[in-house]
Each structure stands twice: as C-alpha cells, then as structure tokens.
Design a protein around this ligand. Structure first.
Ligand SMILES: [Zn+2]
Length: 400
C-alpha cells in the first residue's frame, strides 16, 4: 500500500478526542491508517508534508431538504411557522429550477465539508445529486396527510415511489418518515416512527403545543383550511413531544425541539432519540432558539442540521454551529463541534471521526500566521472565512 502522511498545526480526531498539537494523519487512499502526534506517525509511515492548518474529520449535516434549494431567499420569515409553511407551499407549487437548485446545493455541501446527511425528501429526487457528490447518509422519505385517509393514500403512493426508484446510491439508505404532528395523521406517524430509522419535525414552535393540547391556534386554523372536519379537531396529547413519545427511539431524529417543558425533556431523554438543532432556521421562522445547555445537561444525543435554503442562508454545519457559539458562549466549542460529527445519527457511523481503518473524509482548514489556542473555537470564529480543503474524500461509487 502507498501511505501518505499529512501533518498540521492541529489535528482533531472527532468527538471525545483531545486535539493534537503538531499532529498527523496517515492515509492509504481515503482510508485512515493512523492519527496522532506527528513524530509518532512519521516514525512509522515516513516524513509528512506539514501545513499551517487544522485537520479535522468531514462533517455531518443531519437535517436538510435539498429539493427546496431553488427557493433560497424566497420564503420570508418572522411571522411564525404557519405563515412560513403556507408561503413555502405556494411558492413550491409555482415550480422552478428544482434540479439546478439541488445540483448547486449538493456542490455547496461538498464545499462546506459535508460527507454525510440526513436529507428529507418528498420524491427521492435528491438521491442522484447526493450520490454524485459522494455524500452518504439517510434519505428520509417524508409523508404527510392529516386525515387518516390522506395519510394512508400518501403512504401507499410513497411506497410506490420507493419501489420504482430502486437503489438510491452507494452509502445512502432510504427511511420513510412523518413530517410533523400537525401535518401527519398520528396513527401514520406512529407506524412510520416505529418501523426503524426515521425523523420528525417536533416542538419547533409553541403553537404546536396549543394545537396538540388544546386544538387551538394557527395549526388548528391550518388543518381546518386544509379540509379537516371541524368535529374531528380535538386535543390529542399533553404536548407535541408527548403525542409521539412512545414511538421515538435511538434511531429517530427529532428535528428542532425548541419548545420543551421539563416533561418533554425527560421523555426525549428516555427515548434515546437524537435531537437535531437547526438554529438559523428557527431564528428565521420564529425568532426562537433551542435551549442547548438544557439539552446537553439532560444528556440527550445531539446533532446539527441546516434545514433547507428556504429558511437558512447556507448548508454549512460550521456556520450553523457558529450561531450556537455566539448564543451560548459558556458551552465549550469542542462540545459544539461534536454535533457536526454525529455520523451514526444518519446511518453513516464512520463519518465524524478519524479512526484507523475507516474512510470518514478528511478536511484541512488553513490557519493564518497566528496559532490558535483552541482550534475548536477558531473553526467557529476565524475559520469560517477560510476555504475547507478535502485531504481525503470518500466517494462510495468509486470501487463500489
Ligand atoms: Zn426541516
């Protein structure tokens, strides 16, 4: 085998690993052979090319909707979630350059250092774009329909789409999922969540709680406008989290989790589900942010996502984390970076850590003349303005 060695000012190996000053990584093609102090790696694998940089594992964007990329900047926020959704649906119905948007979005993911995604799709159309960029992860095939009949029809139609689509591409698995408690009939949501890996938008805004617990508020008006019989509108749980808690498990991604009370936090914690934070989308739509310190304190598994370009300015996990860094300066930057290295949450467990024998994707971010004391903090501050370079990029289709 031909092993090359890349050394850098700082080498980060992933969550739970201390940063290595004057570190190195030995690579055989895309596969990590060894990572550690430069002197040790060079002793075994020969001299390294040394760069003034931070080397780090490729990143995970655990929640996005690539097929909304053509709506970048087209859906104004600040008026709450229901007006945002209605504007999105109306804009989406007008069509547009959907394929070009997805191609641009997938390229932007590569530039942002992303090797794995939790992609939510209504038609599986984003699969070839992700596969072309060598991005692994899960395609969450999203189903909605608030009445029992509409949800059942949507589930049948979606199963047909999956059968016709065939293989989604190397490294990409497909998992059906509900959209949210206000848009997917509860019985259907339960079935989808209980069937294996899945995802649900949950507790994004307080109006979900009023809808679930009191059958009031903007979501009640929305489902009535969408044709629900007024007699069928009634409270069905204590909170949005409670409505689906029995079916959440370690393979579930809970997206947003902004409006939580103590019982909701306890229920999420018991479920083992991973909460995916999308703070820039929350800020755009409702102005609220998730309570990161509380989620960390509860020991809830976390990941980060950007949501779509219809509610977020970019698909970059680091730019997403930079917002949390500014909002919660007491949280250690190394704990923030761990949110962008949770490959296991999207079915790509090798992504997010430099471990011998795996091909996670390896990035380098060039430093200026100043050597930062905390490379994690630097990445979320000065590092944001620097281009990420791929030292090794796993392309599943090559050799597959
Ligand atoms: Zn979303």
């Amino acid at each position: 085998m031909t092993v090359r060695v890349a050394a850098a000012t700082w080498v980060l190996s992933g969550p739970d690993a201390p940063p290595v000053r004057d570190g190195a990584v030995a690579l055989d093609g895309d596969v990590v052979v060894e990572v550690g102090p430069r002197a040790e790696v060079e002793a075994r694998h020969g001299p390294a090319g040394v760069r003034q940089a931070v080397i780090l594992p490729a990143l995970v964007n655990a929640h996005l909707h690539l097929e909304l990329s053509h709506l970048a900047g087209e859906v104004p926020g600040g008026r709450g979630l229901v007006p945002w959704i209605e504007t999105l649906v109306a804009r989406r119905a007008l069509g547009g350059s959907v394929e070009e948007g997805m191609a641009r979005g997938a390229a932007a993911l590569r530039e942002a250092g992303v090797a794995a995604v939790g992609e939510v799709t209504n038609g599986l159309g984003s699969a070839p774009h992700l596969a072309r960029e060598g991005i692994a992860g899960t395609l969450f095939h999203e189903i909605y329909g608030f009445t029992e009949r509409r949800a059942a029809e949507a589930m049948r139609a979606a199963a047909g789409v999956r059968d016709r689509a065939g293989d989604s591409g190397p490294g990409l698995r497909v998992a059906p999922c509900p959209h949210a408690v206000y848009s997917t009939f509860l019985g259907a949501a339960a079935e989808l969540l209980g069937a294996g890996p899945s995802s649900i938008h949950l507790a994004e805004v307080p109006e979900e709680r009023s809808f679930v617990a009191g059958a009031t508020g903007p979501f009640a008006d929305l489902v009535l406008r969408l044709g629900l019989e007024p007699g069928a509108l009634r409270p069905f749980a204590r909170s949005a989290v409670d409505a689906v808690a029995p079916w959440l498990g370690p393979e579930t991604l809970v997206i947003h989790a902004v409006d939580l009370d103590a019982l909701d936090v306890a229920a999420l914690r018991r479920s083992g589900a991973t909460v995916v934070l999308c703070p820039r989308s929350n800020r755009h739509v409702s102005g609220l942010l998730p309570d990161l310190p509380r989620l960390l304190e509860a020991g809830i598994p976390l990941a980060v996502g950007t949501d779509s370009l219809a509610s977020s300015p970019s698909l970059s996990p680091l730019e997403e984390l930079a917002v949390l860094r500014r909002a919660f300066p007491a949280v250690a930057p190394s704990r923030l970076l761990a949110l962008a290295w949770n490959g296991a949450a999207v079915g790509a467990p090798s992504v997010g850590r430099l471990a011998p024998g795996s091909a996670p994707g390896v990035l380098s971010c060039p430093l200026g003349s100043v050597i930062p004391e905390d490379p994690f903090a630097w990445l979320l501050e000065e590092g944001l303005a620097r281009p990420l370079e791929w030292l090794a990029r796993h392309r599943p289709e090559v050799g597959a």
